[in-house]
Write a protein that binds this ligand. Structure first.
Ligand SMILES: C[S@@+](CC[C@H](N)C(=O)[O-])C[C@H]1O[C@@H](n2cnc3c(N)ncnc32)[C@H](O)[C@@H]1O
Length: 273
């Protein structure tokens, strides 16, 4: 299986407030009152998983992620031992292994790293208890300058072919596609999108949008360009283009960030016959 490379929990925690906001908006739409079993797929360093534990303190909470470094940070942050942390690829992780129907499955800002993830939804819906909930959030900003410029700069780089291939990993569906797919699987679905306008402080150093994407969307580039010179050949034109796309005014850049949400409730099956 293709992996998503190395993750840096410290860098990811930068802009933690901005990154948590969509998760809170997602969580607000989940109507489960007293779930017994809650699973967070692609739980990362546990920022969102621990909020699940806070909302439903009585529930058994399981966080699944394929990154050992993110899980290590999650275990450290989980000082009460509220969560069972599982190192696994979410494509291979079998919900049946938990031994009970799942009341809530959440996956936040993870599925963009999983090509073909629409094909996984049926297995997750099947694992839900009747009236169980599946809630997902993915970034929907792959056409925004922050990402489109990565693709444009990649085309002019000496390692263009490998870079384009690496960046091709990221992909999501439109809200209506999640809605239709989950409805067909027997769920009542609420799907929507929101564009957040994040105000990022600009210091003396690099452009703040570059700092943001370093820990997420730019990672395939950073994993590939390990020599200083070839990395600079990418970062210099990319950062210059970011200054034009996201001008710094009064010490801040405004970073518009579209996100896609879907919250599905599994409808009880109609009685047989
Ligand atoms: C941007 S982080 C989001 C983490 C967390 N859900 C949050 O909201 O803070 C994406 C996470 O997805 C995980 N991930 C990506 N592909 C995965 C896969 N195939 N299986 C398991 N985890 C995966 C990464 O390891 C990373 O921790």
């Amino acid at each position: 299986m293709r992996t998503t490379g190395t993750w840096d929990p410290t860098a990811y925690a930068r802009y933690g407030g901005e990154r948590t906001r969509p998760f809170l908006d997602l969580l607000a739409r989940i109507g489960a009152e007293d779930p017994h079993l809650v699973v967070d797929l692609g739980c990362g360093s546990g920022m969102s998983t621990l909020l699940l534990a806070k909302r439903w303190p009585q529930a058994r909470i399981i966080g699944v992620d394929s990154s050992a470094s993110m899980l290590e940070a999650a275990r450290e942050a989980d000082t009460d031992g509220a969560v069972e942390w599982v190192e696994a690829d979410l494509r291979a992780w079998d919900p049946a292994t938990v031994g009970a129907p799942v009341d809530v499955i959440v996956t936040n800002a993870a599925l963009q790293w999983v090509p073909g993830h629409l094909g996984l939804l049926d297995r997750w819906v099947a694992a839900l208890a009747p009236d169980g909930w599946l809630a997902l959030q993915v970034p929907g900003n792959f056409h925004a300058p922050s990402h489109a410029l990565m693709g444009q700069v990649a085309q002019t780089h000496p390692r263009a072919v490998e870079l384009e291939d690496a960046l091709d990993l990221l992909g999501v569906a439109e809200p209506a596609t999640y809605l239709r797919t989950l409805s067909r699987l027997g769920c009542e679905v609420d799907a929507w999108e929101t564009t957040y306008q994040h105000v990022l402080e600009a210091g003396e150093g690099e452009h703040p949008v570059l700092t943001w994407v370093r820990s997420t969307g730019l990672r395939p580039v950073l994993d590939l360009l390990t020599e200083d010179e070839e990395l600079e050949a990418f970062l210099t034109p990319y950062e210059a283009a970011l200054h034009t796309a996201y001008p710094i005014l009064d010490g801040t850049a405004v970073f518009g960030f579209r996100r896609i949400f879907a919250v599905a409730r599994r409808l009880p099956s109609p009685p047989a016959g």
